[in-house]
Design a protein around this ligand. Structure first.
Ligand code: FES
Ligand code: FE2
Length: 447
């Protein structure tokens, strides 16, 4: 394998902001470990990051472990039902309290190293051989406070978000229109509840997280990148014989070959803080968005008008910058967990819209397997290119990456605003938010 030539420099806020120009970005934004470390403390720690869904921890003591802004955390349901997000690090010597991806802690957590125990909210419950600490000042030490909270936690319709550094915008202010989108997506369940189903498909790839997040907003690429996948689906359908109905698997794949006109007209919406909605009018999933007697089930639960609103909102991707993207239909979600400048973990989750026909969940599970799993016939098209881009960043010459499509020479109007689905305004919006956050001079001394 070719070396990726990782570099690590110290960057001032002004130098970081200068990596983003109105219609182009510098290649160092993807490959420099100093930029990556600054992103974790300045952008990710100040953003409302998606942690998990409350259906993953239905009972007191249920937990998941994950990574937020490069830090190992634990999301756990407490005795009273509240959800806590804690640093997964014992205050004694730093051992992980939980090493497995998910589980049930019982009524308390016990450190596997020396046996300190903690309540489900992280507070210290007990220490073996406590008498040995009596004259030590332990009772007034930070260690005696127990596990540290990651930061503030907020939840909307079961989606749990956390923010470590209060210098970022507040929850309502940051997510804004996305909270309305979450309400509409949750109401795709006749009972108004989504439930994580089918486990997670996890992929680690050798490319920067922003290359992936850009691609979620990039409706310019499927026509070329995914030509082979759609040709394969067409061949399968042709083989079924004249007059046959395409299977759901084929119906999910063929729209990747929709022409440029379709992607242009699907519509997009750029929002403040880097967020966005792609597919405001239609998406490549529209033709199979409502399976079985789904519409009737929704109308019976929500009434005609709310059902009309819910079914009309089926975007291809709603991007919660910088950590997550969810599809209106099928109900699937991707979560980014950056590891370093050149390594990223992607998680793909499926949801069951509780009370909806079983075909809706089957569609979500099938879509994840076909399109996002490591062995899918779509994801590898993208990942092959992402890893290639990361390697080729080493090539000298023009160091800038173009975001010109649909630009106005640096005169983009401020979000929120409507754009063409194929317009790189969606990508520029991500980088304008990036530069605004990374270039702030207000964090001297932040670590
Ligand atoms: S490291 Fe946890 S009890 Fe010692
Ligand atoms: Fe793709």
């Amino acid at each position: 394998m070719m070396p990726t030539h990782a570099i690590a420099r110290h960057w001032s806020p002004a130098a970081l902001a200068a990596l983003v120009q109105p219609e182009q970005i510098h290649r160092d934004i993807y490959r420099d470990e100093g930029v990556f470390q600054a992103e974790m403390t300045r952008l990710w720690a100040r953003s409302w990051l998606f942690v998990g869904h409350d259906s993953q921890v239905p009972n007191p003591g249920d937990f998941i472990t994950t990574i937020l802004a490069g830090q190992p955390v634990l999301m756990i349901r407490g005795e009273g039902g509240a959800i806590h997000v804690l640093h997964n690090r014992c205050p004694h010597k730093g051992a992980p309290l939980k090493s497995e991806p998910s589980g049930q802690a019982g009524r308390a957590m016990r450190c596997p190293y020396h046996g300190w125990s903690f309540r489900l909210d992280g507070s210290l419950l007990g220490v073996p051989l406590r008498a040995g600490y009596e004259a030590s000042g332990f009772d007034s030490s930070p260690a005696c406070q127990g596990m540290t909270r990651y930061g503030e936690v907020a939840m909307r319709r079961g989606f749990v978000f956390a923010r470590a550094d209060a210098r970022g915008p507040g929850f309502e202010q940051s997510l804004g229109e996305l909270l309305v989108a979450l309400e509409l997506i949750a109401d795709r369940s006749p009972e108004g509840r989504l439930r994580v189903a089918g486990g997670v498909l996890r992929t680690e790839f050798a490319a920067n997280w922003k290359i992936y997040l850009e691609n979620i907003n990039d409706a310019f690429h499927p026509v070329t990148t995914h030509a082979s996948a759609t040709q394969s689906a067409q061949t399968v359908w042709d083989g079924q014989g004249p007059g046959s109905e395409p299977t759901l698997a084929v119906r999910q794949l063929l729209p990747f070959a929709s022409g440029y006109r379709f992607f242009e007209e699907m519509g997009g919406r750029v929002l403040p803080h880097g967020h966005s909605i792609l597919g405001t009018h239609a998406s490549i999933h529209t033709s199979y968005a409502h399976l079985g007697d789904y519409g009737a089930a929704l109308e019976a639960a929500h009434g005609v008008e709310r059902t009309r609103q819910v079914m009309a909102f089926a975007p291809q991707n709603v991007v919660f910058y910088p950590s997550m993207a969810i599809k209106g239909s099928p109900q699937v979600m991707r979560v980014l967990r950056p590891i370093s400048a050149g390594r990223t973990v992607l998680e793909a989750w499926a949801f069951e819209p509780v009370g909806a026909p079983a075909a809706m969940l089957q569609s979500a599970l099938l879509y994840n397997r076909q399109v996002f799993s490591p062995m899918s016939i779509v994801a590898h098209d993208d990942l092959h290119l992402f890893e290639g881009i990361q390697r080729q960043l080493a090539a000298n010459g023009n160091p800038w990456i173009s975001l010109h499509r649909g630009g106005r020479g640096g005169a983009d109007a401020c979000p929120p605003r409507e754009v063409s689905g194929i317009d790189e305004a969606l990508l520029r919006n991500q980088y304008q938010a990036w530069a605004q956050c990374m270039g702030q001079e207000d964090d001297e001394g932040a670590t």
